[in-house]
Design a protein around this ligand. Structure first.
Ligand SMILES: Cc1cc2nc3c(=O)[nH]c(=O)nc-3n(C[C@H](O)[C@H](O)[C@H](O)COP(=O)(O)OP(=O)(O)OC[C@H]3O[C@@H](n4cnc5c(N)ncnc54)[C@H](O)[C@@H]3O)c2cc1C
Length: 466
């Protein structure tokens, strides 16, 4: 046993199971301290996630305490500043897991360099993906830009890997504090009270992640490939925030799905969605410019319009298009939005309103509990047409037809846009055609801010310019 203390840097890995760095630390040291570095600035535009983070710290701390491990939360304005002070000590060994984002991976190189120079024992372990980013390449050694061939190879590669011997976490001998000035997780909560509703909907703990997964597998996965399209039913797993914060490892998801007998199409479709997440992570690492700019350079010349009135109407769910408004209100109220509706509201912003996808990406970042740079940027660029393997720009979602197809009865709209709850089904996705003295368009519900057909023609002509 290493006599020094084992320090584990907690980032997106709020779990005990398959937390490779933490497991290594507990198996090598009698005493382990887990610490989280809270950089307020990083969360400036991630208000919803402050709530998830704060709760996750509370739940994870309880689990760690049972293992005689303390969790300390340190507020810092700069990781470098924090580590420069830490490098001056030599009474610890250091453990952490990868986060597959270019800035984090670059920072890991800096850490490794310094630990080596200072002769500090350190170990960086696999993060929350099935394969490592660099493992999946085309035959010519270049990264994939299209999902289907990527996933064919990635899935096969993962299946054929020899699974490492499963190691479990070890209870520590005695708990210990290491840092000074640990803050209370409640200090992280957003100032605005709108997150109160999240409390009724989500339980951000590791145990709950596994429970939700098993519940989904037992009751929903068989029909997943069909039911995932309908926002009025809970047909998907809703595991995304748990995966983002690492309350569950995607390897655990894979293993639980492996147990399903006989195999069904729903399961492979579900695992392919995990594959999209994996694909997005490889994209942002191989083409890191896409995190801030268009993946496809030709979109740099796209004639986006600046229109704060339209942008605000979109954010508030007051565009006059019921399925769009329902989605935006669901997002604000629950911190989550159904994937089908993410595509519809995204398309509406960039194609009907001609507003740059970066505005939508920024707003989603602030409101989504599952916000992840890889999937948000890739999702937005997929919708805008500027991404890798993206929907072509000229394919413009018609919000009326999308509503009629995926929310046939209007149940989703009625739930989130209660002003429309008494409208006959026929008009629920086009309330402007409803003529009734009890319903005043423009007063009870907004008139459409743009006309679909005109907006479509305008979008296509803007696209022709590039
Ligand atoms: C504009 C836009 C922005 C998005 N932003 C994010 C984001 O910030 N974070 C995020 O996790 N997902 C994002 N997505 C992808 C997707 O909408 C969510 O992952 C999904 O809705 C989460 O719900 P679920 O857990 O029930 O998914 P399920 O259908 O149950 O899928 C299981 C898991 O697979 C992954 N997954 C599913 N669909 C996708 C997808 N299309 N792309 C990548 N991974 C996927 C997620 O980790 C998800 O939890 C975005 C999609 C769009 C169109």
């Amino acid at each position: 046993m290493n006599k020094k203390i084992g320090l584990f840097w907690l980032r997106d890995d709020f779990r005990v199971l398959k937390n490779y760095g933490l497991i290594e630390a507990t198996r090598s040291h009698d005493q382990v301290v887990v610490f989280y570095l809270y950089k307020k600035h990083n969360y400036k535009y991630q208000e919803a996630q402050k709530w998830w983070l704060s709760k996750s710290l509370i739940y994870f701390r309880k689990n760690l305490n049972k293992l005689n491990i303390n969790l300390e939360i340190i507020e810092t304005e700069s990781f470098k500043f924090f580590f420069e002070k830490l490098f001056k000590k030599n009474d610890f060994s250091f453990y952490w897991n990868k986060v597959y984002e270019p800035d984090y991976l670059k920072f890991d190189e800096y850490l490794v360099r310094n630990f080596r120079n200072k002769n500090i024992l350190h170990k960086i372990c696999k993060g929350n993906t099935l394969n490592e980013i660099n493992e999946i390449k085309k035959n010519d050694g270049t990264p994939f830009k299209v999902f289907t061939p990527f996933w064919r190879i990635a899935e096969k590669y993962y299946i054929e890997k020899i699974p490492p011997k499963e190691k479990l976490i070890k209870k520590c001998f005695k708990s210990k504090n290491y840092f000074e000035n640990s803050i209370d997780p409640k200090e992280i909560l957003p100032n605005k009270n709108w997150f109160k509703n999240f409390e009724n909907l989500w339980l951000p703990s590791e145990e709950n992640a596994l429970k939700e997964l098993r519940n989904f597998i037992k009751n929903k996965i068989t029909k997943y490939s069909e039911s995932r399209n309908y926002p009025n039913i809970v047909g998907t797993s809703k595991l995304s925030p748990f995966i983002k914060f690492g309350q569950i490892h995607v390897e655990t998801i894979w293993l639980e799905c492996e147990k399903i007998k006989p195999k069904n199409f729903g399961t492979s479709k579900f695992l392919a969605e995990i594959g999209w997440r994996e694909f997005n992570h490889t994209l942002i690492n191989h083409f890191s410019h896409m995190l801030k700019n268009n993946y496809s350079k030709k979109f740099d010349k796209f004639p986006w319009e600046k229109n704060s009135k339209f942008l605000n109407a979109w954010k508030k769910g007051l565009t006059g298009y019921p399925i769009v408004d329902a989605g935006m209100r669901e997002l604000y109220s629950t911190g989550w939005m159904h994937n089908r509706v993410r595509m519809i509201v995204g398309s509406f912003l960039v194609k009907h309103l001609l507003i740059n996808w970066k505005e939508g990406e920024k707003y989603f970042r602030n409101c989504l509990l599952d916000y992840s740079p890889a999937s948000n940027v890739a999702g937005w660029q997929w919708v805008a047409g500027s991404g890798a393997d993206a929907a072509p720009y000229f394919r413009i979602f018609n919000p009326i037809l999308q509503g009629e197809k995926f929310d046939k009865e209007g149940a989703y709209v009625k739930k989130w846009v209660p002003e429309l709850k008494d409208l006959p089904k026929k008009f629920i996705h086009k309330p402007w055609e409803f003529n009734d003295e009890k319903f005043k368009l423009g007063k009870d519900y907004p008139k459409p801010i743009v006309k679909h057909e005109q907006a479509r023609v305008k979008a296509l002509s803007a696209f022709k310019k590039i």
